[in-house]
Write a protein that binds this ligand. Structure first.
Ligand SMILES: Cc1cc2nc3c(=O)[nH]c(=O)nc-3n(C[C@H](O)[C@H](O)[C@H](O)COP(=O)(O)OP(=O)(O)OC[C@H]3O[C@@H](n4cnc5c(N)ncnc54)[C@H](O)[C@@H]3O)c2cc1C
Length: 418
């Protein structure tokens, strides 16, 4: 394309924003941008066949058969046209020409933009194990993945789940509740190693054992051998596990290839400031694909969480519409497994001494990590109401007394009022 190309705003008088990635962040960003700016032209482009949807139900209610995938849609497909948002599904963006502000789509269409928002999310990390290529390994990221897995879960099947992170453990819980035999293989000595203290990881391991899951901790899978529909996993200690279904939940990789090919700054995530600005002033980014600056923590972080996907997208959309509300929130993540609700606030430094509130043996507690008199991180098990107060304490940067936090008679809601 020549440099003589006129920008859409020069042609129509309306700024054209294209949002690349019609997932959770993309959907919420389009909605917030439309609400903040009724005039601008908004085009939302997604590679999936579905309108923007929330992913948490895919590893919970959808697997349990308690919700349809349509219930996870942010809005019905028709809502976008009704609100002046051009939703273009089932095609990805193949390239960005930043010089001419032009997008090239995988179906060959070319579209010029004034401003761009990248919400390309993340994808499951692929299993690099002997035999994994030939084996029938399932992953869980999108609606087809969830439908494929849900269709195969049954009381008489055996699952081998590789990875005891949130996805692996939620699949384990859903499968156990349906009566399947469940093996979880995790290379670390306890589950959830990346996000919670080892003591809480051990507590979660016990929860799964009590529900009848077989946990192979500190073990890795050497190879997978396929024999018809049955698959045999060979662990590093020689253990052999025969499974009908193999699920890999070994983390996610941010979808940054498009940004990298366009020459944007990327380092395990598209680098952005607190307003979502990338290294190109015309391009912003939000959601799982970003490594963004968090002013409350004073550093760059990459998150894979529902709340970040939503609130960062909304904040960035507002900044695009010149409503300056930089994104500054305490990271928050939740997981539901069996009858356990687990919430994690903040990011704990490994090795920090924990302050306990409540008795883990009673199945309901909060573990706090403190730094310089403040709560740096908190993990709550079945303490949703108190965790809402903890979030307010952290968000406000209040100093806390460890003895008060540990005292079951103290009221965190009162502390949060400062
Ligand atoms: C099964 C599952 C369960 C989860 N449960 C929880 C939970 O309980 N609690 C919690 O806090 N978080 C949970 N999460 C995390 C949360 O859902 C994600 O953080 C969130 O979906 C990220 O939103 P996003 O918009 O950044 O990315 P996504 O929702 O992944 O959307 C990105 C979209 O961009 C599209 N795309 C990528 N590249 C292109 C391209 N070049 N052109 C066009 N489109 C493109 C992708 O196809 C995708 O549709 C869960 C995630 C999964 C997968």
């Amino acid at each position: 394309m020549s440099n003589a190309l006129q920008s859409p705003s020069l042609q129509t008088g309306r700024e054209r924003t294209i949002i690349v990635g019609a997932g959770h962040s993309g959907g919420r960003a389009a909605e917030a941008l439309r609400a903040a700016d009724p005039v601008r032209e908004i085009i939302l482009i997604g590679r999936e066949d579905y309108p923007p949807y929330e992913r948490p139900p895919l590893s919970k209610a959808v697997l349990a058969g308690a919700a349809t995938v349509q219930e996870s849609y942010i809005h019905p497909a028709a809502w976008y046209a009704e609100n002046g948002i051009a939703l273009k599904l089932s095609t990805g963006v193949a390239a960005i020409d930043r010089g001419t502000r032009l997008l090239v789509l995988e179906d060959g269409t070319q579209l010029d933009y004034d401003t761009l928002l990248l919400t390309t999310g993340a994808r499951p990390r692929g299993l690099q194990i002997v035999g994994a290529g030939e084996a029938d390994v399932l992953y869980l990221r999108d609606i087809p993945d969830a439908e494929r897995l849900a269709a195969r879960l049954a009381p008489d099947v055996a699952l081998a789940i590789i990875g005891a992170g949130f996805i692996g453990l939620e699949v384990a819980a859903a499968a156990r509740l349906l009566g399947s035999t469940v093996h979880v293989i995790e290379v670390a000595p306890q589950p959830l190693g990346r996000v919670v203290d080892p003591a809480i990881g051990r507590w979660v391991a016990e929860l799964h054992r009590r529900h009848g899951a077989f946990l192979h901790l500190g073990r890795s899978v050497r190879a997978i051998e396929s024999e018809g529909v049955a698959q045999r996993l060979i662990l590093d200690d020689g253990t052999r596990i025969v499974a009908d279904i193999v699920v890999a939940g070994i983390g996610a990789v941010p979808n940054t290839e498009l940004a990298m090919a366009a020459g944007l700054a990327v380092h395990d995530g598209i680098i952005t400031d607190a307003e979502g600005r990338t290294s190109d002033p015309a391009i912003r980014a939000a959601g799982d694909c970003t490594r963004h600056f968090n002013p409350l923590l004073g550093r760059y972080i990459r998150l894979e969480s529902w709340e970040n996907a939503q609130n960062q997208a909304i904040a960035v959309a507002h900044c695009m519409a010149n409503i300056k509300r930089p994104y500054a929130e305490i990271p928050w993540f939740w997981s539901d497994q069996y009858d356990m609700n687990l919430q994690v606030l903040g990011i704990a430094e490994p090795g920090t001494k924990l302050i306990w509130r409540g008795d883990p043996d009673e199945g309901s507690f909060i573990a706090f990590s403190l730094a310089a008199g403040h709560i740096a991180a908190a993990t709550g098990i079945n303490r949703a109401k108190e965790m809402a107060a903890v979030r307010r304490i952290m968000q406000r940067g209040l100093t806390v007394d460890p003895a008060v936090l540990a005292d079951p008679a103290s009221r965190l809601t009162a502390l949060a009022k400062g």
